[in-house]
Design a protein around this ligand. Structure first.
Ligand SMILES: O=C[C@H](O)[C@@H](O)CC(=O)C(=O)O
Ligand SMILES: [Zn+2]
Length: 277
């Protein structure tokens, strides 16, 4: 499992493009028949992807890295399917996930297997796993069942729908919060005006982005912003002191996942537009 360390904002000010990408950008999430995992020391979130094409993919890693006897012994995980129809098998129970459905798997589950229904349209499970202290039941939410609300406007190029899956008023978890935001055609901006939440880190994964499009992802302290150019199905780590916003060269969808002190989606400190630099 790849490891990323936590960083101090004063140090990050000095980073060039390569260093910013090394620390925060996650380019490879979906490799056929493999599990990709990156553990960040920002709240110890594991960001990854399971992409079963010809064979099942199991949730496993070198257990010495987690100091436990099975992956979810002291962790929980959220999975959102961004590919074709698939199934996640948790200790023998099958959960079918269509595109954009979400499954939460609670602490204590011993075996998690990812499977595609059709090798020609394989499932792609994007994963966020956080340390857990309490067991919550494994639960599925389809896109239709999610707690969804409209945000933004065409005038601000940010007309979008926020779908909350795992949060204080949705699927219960120890600390993981997870959902997905879909931008409507002709809308390019997410999370602007920007915010920070020093109580929680966050990771974004951009997808539904055409091959030749990019998202200019903005990070950094509000008065010290930097950018990372993102392509389809790539993730980016946002430390709790950093803004996380982006503008695409076309519209896109992204999955956001958070870990930290609370699970209150609305607990954000807005950054006034006049303060951005
Ligand atoms: O803390 C919450 C996250 O940053 C995202 O949910 C924001 C977002 O999806 C958006 O504004 O488009
Ligand atoms: Zn946020």
């Amino acid at each position: 499992m790849e490891r990323r360390y936590a960083s101090h904002p004063n140090e990050v000010k000095q980073f060039d493009t390569d260093r910013l990408r090394q620390e925060f950008h996650i380019p490879t999430l979906f490799t056929a028949d493999k599990l990709e995992l990156v553990l960040t020391h920002e709240d110890r979130l594991i960001i990854g992807g399971a992409y079963p094409v010809k064979q099942d993919v199991k949730l496993e890693t070198d257990l010495k890295e987690l100091g436990v006897s099975f992956f979810l012994e002291r962790r929980e995980i959220g999975a959102i399917n961004v590919g074709g129809p698939g199934t996640i098998i948790v200790d023998g129970t099958e959960y079918d996930l269509n595109t954009k459905d979400c499954l939460y798997v609670g602490m204590g589950s011993k075996e998690v297997i990812f499977r595609s229904k059709d090798a020609d349209k394989p499932a792609k499970f994007y994963l966020n796993s956080a340390p857990a202290h309490k067991e919550f039941p494994t639960a599925k939410t389809t896109l239709g069942e999610a707690d969804s609300s409209a945000l933004g406007s065409i005038q601000n190029s940010n007309d979008r729908t926020i779908h909350r899956f795992i949060h204080a008023d949705g699927i219960q978890s120890s600390q993981l919060v997870m959902g997905m935001t879909q931008l409507k055609t002709g809308n390019m901006w997410n999370t602007m005006p920007a915010h920070v939440h020093p109580r929680r880190m966050e990771a974004y994964m951009y997808f539904d982005l055409p091959e030749d499009s990019v998202v200019i992802h903005l990070m950094g302290e509000p008065t010290e912003t930097r950018h990372i150019v993102m392509r389809n199905e790539e993730a980016v780590i946002s430390p709790s002191w950093s803004i996380h916003s982006g503008v695409g060269t076309s519209n896109y969808t992204f999955i956001w996942g958070m870990a930290g002190d609370n699970k209150i989606y609305s607990d954000m400190d807005a950054v006034a537009m006049k303060d951005l630099r």
